[in-house]
Design a protein around this ligand. Structure first.
Ligand SMILES: CC(C)(COP(=O)(O)OP(=O)(O)OC[C@H]1O[C@@H](n2cnc3c(N)ncnc32)[C@H](O)[C@@H]1OP(=O)(O)O)[C@@H](O)C(=O)NCCC(=O)NCCS
Length: 195
């Protein structure tokens, strides 16, 4: 278990928390995947990522109700590639979007990347995905180029985004500001930054 993450079976607390994705989450993750991406991954791809890909780190945002029932609200993943964290995926249940959960997941990925001593984070995003581009821009990703016809389903271009040095004082200040923004937006949320 990664230091700073909530235990997968916490005994106290209600609300929203980030934790490491477990093999038992894959069915719920697949429901979010299918609702989020037209050409989504099959369950076997997630199972392989969790069991075989040493570079992969996946997290989930889990809602815990007052009666202790749980529901996954979203998930995200990255690959630790030498000193670069590559964001592979971020998705939130459609009915729970617009509440800061996407930000929470990106926050968790950035904290994971920093804990793993990655120097920067990078990603590719469909040029048409304005919501995701804004979300990433809020976390300091800026656009450095295009990969032409990157997406094979519709030949769409990908915009390549990267952050500045994750350990820089400026990025550190940005994260502190973003953590307080998240805590104001999602009261009681449990962030890695709280450790
Ligand atoms: C992208 C996605 C993960 C965002 O999740 P979310 O929980 O709605 O995101 P948040 O509520 O944290 O919003 C984060 C930012 O995204 C942008 N955003 C969110 N909803 C938006 C909307 N309807 N219109 C424009 N911008 C929007 C805003 O910049 C917002 O920040 P703000 O609320 O401070 O203005 C979600 O829309 C999703 O799962 N989409 C399908 C999968 C996908 O495209 N993933 C990204 C692949 S690159």
């Amino acid at each position: 278990m990664k230091a700073g993450y909530a235990d997968p079976a916490p005994t106290e607390g209600r609300g929203l928390l980030l934790r490491t994705m477990l093999p038992g989450d894959v069915a719920e993750v697949m429901a979010i995947e299918q609702a989020s991406f037209e050409a989504g991954w099959p369950a076997t791809a997630f199972e392989r990522e969790l069991s075989q890909n040493q570079m992969a780190r996946y997290i989930v945002a889990e809602q815990v109700a007052l009666d202790s029932s749980r529901q996954l609200a979203g998930f995200a993943g990255l690959w630790l590639m030498l000193d670069e964290a590559h964001v592979v995926t971020v998705a939130v249940l459609p009915q729970l979007r617009g509440r800061g959960i996407g930000r929470l997941l990106v926050h968790g990925l950035i904290e994971l990347a920093r804990d793993s001593a990655m120097s920067v984070a990078t990603l590719e995003c469909r040029v048409s995905n304005a919501v995701a581009r804004r979300l990433y821009a809020g976390y300091g990703f800026y656009e450095v180029g295009l990969r032409k016809r990157y997406y094979s389903d519709n030949q769409e271009d990908a915009v390549i985004m990267t952050t500045e040095e994750l350990a820089s004082p400026a990025y550190e200040r940005r994260l502190v500001r973003l953590a307080s923004h998240l805590q104001a937006r999602i009261p009681g949320v449990r962030l890695m930054a709280e450790r």
